[in-house]
Design a protein around this ligand. Sequence first.
Ligand SMILES: Cc1ncc(C[n+]2csc(CCOP(=O)(O)OP(=O)(O)O)c2C)c(N)n1
Ligand SMILES: [Mg+2]
Length: 360
Amino acid sequence: MEAAVLPPRESQPRPLPDETLLRMHELMLTGRVLEERLIRMQKQGDGYFWIGGPGEEAFNVALGMLVDRGEGLAHDYLHLHYRSSATLLAMGADPVDALRQMKNTATDPYSGGRNFAGHASIRRWNVAPISSPIEVQFSMAPGTALAQKRYGGRGITIVQGGDAGTAEGDFATCLIWVSRPGNELPCLMIVTNNEYGISTPAATQHGEARISDRGRAFGIRSKTIDANDAEVAYRELEEAMRYVRTERRPFLLEARVSRLYGHSSSSGANLVKGEVDCLVEIEKKLEERGLRGRAELDAMRAQKTEELLAAARRVIAEPQPEGHTVWDHVFAERDVVQQNPIPCDNHGGGRRTPWLDQAH
Ligand SMILES: Cc1ncc(C[n+]2csc(CCOP(=O)(O)OP(=O)(O)O)c2C)c(N)n1
Ligand SMILES: [Mg+2]
C-alpha cells in the first residue's frame, strides 16, 4: 500500500511576522542541539536510553509557543509523548533539566532521577507525566477536557502521540469520549505521523488514506498538515487551537513530521539520510528573507552546542538519588504485595521498609 499522500497545498501559509519566525528558529535550534547532546550523553554512558524529537521541532515549538501555560482548569492541559522536548523548551523549560533526567540525577525536576530521558512531568504547567506505555495519554485526556468543559473558561486539553499508537484502543476511547453528541469536549488530538512505529512502516498498517480521516466518522473537525514547514505548523496549530478554545469542541490534527535519528537509542540513534529536516527548511526561509545569514546561523549553532556541552559536564557531577529516597514520590502509601503500610521515617526524608533493609 502506498503511503498516505499529503493534501495539495491550496496556497502558501500567511508568512509569520519576522520576530515570530526568528523566535521559532532559536527554539528549534536549541531543541535540536539539546537532542544531539542527549544522544551523545547516552552513547558515552551518561544515560541508559535515549528517545526524543529531532525532526519534530517546527511543530513542537509552535505548540509550546501557543499554549496557555499555567496550573489548573483555566489553563491548557498537556498530555504529551516522549518526543516533546521542543514543546517544553518553547514553554520555558530549562534544557539543563532534560540533561539531568538523562543522567538520572537527584536534581532531575521531572522524576528525581527515576524515569527515562524525555519523560517530563510539570504540575505547575499542567504537563501530565509522560508515559512509556504508548497512547495511554489518549485515555486520560478526556478526563481533563471534561473537567474543563464543566469549568468553563478558555482552557483546552492537548493530547499528542505517534501514528502507530493510533492502533491502540486508547485512541478510539479518545475519539468517542471527546465527540459524544451534546457533550463534545475542548480537546485537541494531535497525531505526529513520522511514518514509523519503531521499525514498522505506517504504509503497511493503515487502511485509511489519512489518519485524520478517522475524525470524520465522529463528526470531529480534522486536518493533515506538513509540519516540517514552521509557518504551516504555526498557522495550522493557531487555527486548530482557536477552534477548540472558542467552540469547546474537539479537533484532530495529523502533523506529518520527520524522524531524523531513528526511533531511539535502541535503533542506534544515528542520523537518517533522506528525511526533510525542518531546521534546514526554516534556515532557508531566514536566509531568503534576509533575517539571518549563514555565518550567523552557524555561529548560533556552535554557541548553543558549546553551552550544552558545558552544562552536560556540570550535570554529570551532580548527585544521584540516595537509596533511602526510594519510596519518595510513590503513588501508593501501602505495600500492595504484603499488605503492610510502608513505615515512614518522616514525610520529607524517604520511607523505609523491613525487606529493603534486609536486602542491604
Ligand atoms: C503499550 C505499548 N506497546 C508497545 C510499546 C513499545 N513501543 C514503544 S514506542 C513504539 C512505537 C510507537 O510508534 P508511534 O506511535 O508511531 O510513535 P513514534 O515513536 O513513531 O513517535 C512502540 C510499539 C510501548 N511502549 N507501549
Ligand atoms: Mg511513528
